[in-house]
Design a protein around this ligand. Structure first.
Ligand code: SAM
Length: 246
């Protein structure tokens, strides 16, 4: 960014990201299952295990950023006690609309809220939430540092930050298989299911550009978080990073 103006590349990225998710909103969960071979379910469950929302009566204000169709929010609510409230924040209204319809179809509607907003400047006051999650979202944000700084801002002291994201495969041999799979198979699957392979090409490339585990850990620390740790999932195909606002 120069003097507060977005560069052309940044605008293009933001528009591309928007178009991808507008395009796939209704088939988004199906695509997730197809592309990850169902693994995203186990990965999300690991993040929720780490979060460990209260099962009792304690009030718990949670925000799930880039929460799209509400998948993470519903998993948290299925598991948490009655005074847990989840705010799903996403930049794309189509994704949120799919989530809203789903919340109404389930018995979750009173405990979840869908809000349109940018991870880089969340529409919430400082120190609003007990915990913050972002799953497969931070990679799409234009300035990762700004999203991390805003995560810190909206968390209460003692608040927990958790991020699930594709990461760098740490197992020799698996990396070559993974490359072949993601560069060829994923755009092809995207084309079959949604009629257009190009957005998926973008997604695969964005995974390659995302900082590896240790680098991302230091970025989270630079945003002010303490006790930053990560866990690899499926040999590093994905990773969960955790940090605390103390
Ligand atoms: N968290 C959900 C899940 O794991 O199933 C959805 C992940 S989806 C791959 C990425 C989401 O990030 C999309 O819904 C997209 O609209 C959203 N997104 C992209 N850039 C964003 C931004 N700057 N702020 C908030 N959400 C954003």
């Amino acid at each position: 960014t120069h003097f507060g103006f977005k560069t052309v590349a940044e605008d293009e990225k933001a528009k591309l990201v928007h178009d991808v998710f507008e395009h796939v909103a209704s088939r988004y969960d199906l695509m997730n299952d197809l592309m990850s071979g169902g693994l995203h379910r186990a990965w999300k469950q690991s993040m929720i295990d780490w979060l460990n929302p209260p099962r009792g009566e304690r009030a718990f204000a949670h925000i799930d950023v880039a929460g799209g169709t509400g998948d993470i929010a519903f998993r948290i609510l299925d598991r948490a006690g009655p005074n847990t409230h989840v705010t799903v924040c996403d930049i794309n209204r189509h994704m949120l609309g799919v989530g809203q319809d789903r919340a109404e179809a389930q018995e979750h509607s009173g405990r979840v809220e869908f809000v349109c907003g940018d991870a880089e400047r969340l529409p919430f006051p400082d120190r609003s939430f007990d915990a913050y999650t972002i799953a497969f979202g931070i990679r799409n944000v234009t300035h990762i540092e700004k999203a991390l700084a805003d995560a810190y801002r909206v968390l209460k002291p003692g608040g927990h930050f958790l991020c699930l994201e594709f990461s760098q495969v740490a197992v020799p041999g698996l990396d070559a298989i993974y490359d072949a799979y993601s560069f060829r198979a994923i755009p092809q699957m995207g084309k079959w299911v949604t009629g257009d392979g190009e957005p998926y090409q973008y997604l695969v490339e964005s995974i390659r550009r995302f900082p590896p585990q240790e680098k991302f850990k230091s970025m989270i620390e630079a945003a002010g978080f303490a006790r930053v740790q990560y866990r690899n999932l499926t040999g590093g195909v994905a990773a969960i990073h955790s940090g605390w606002r103390l």
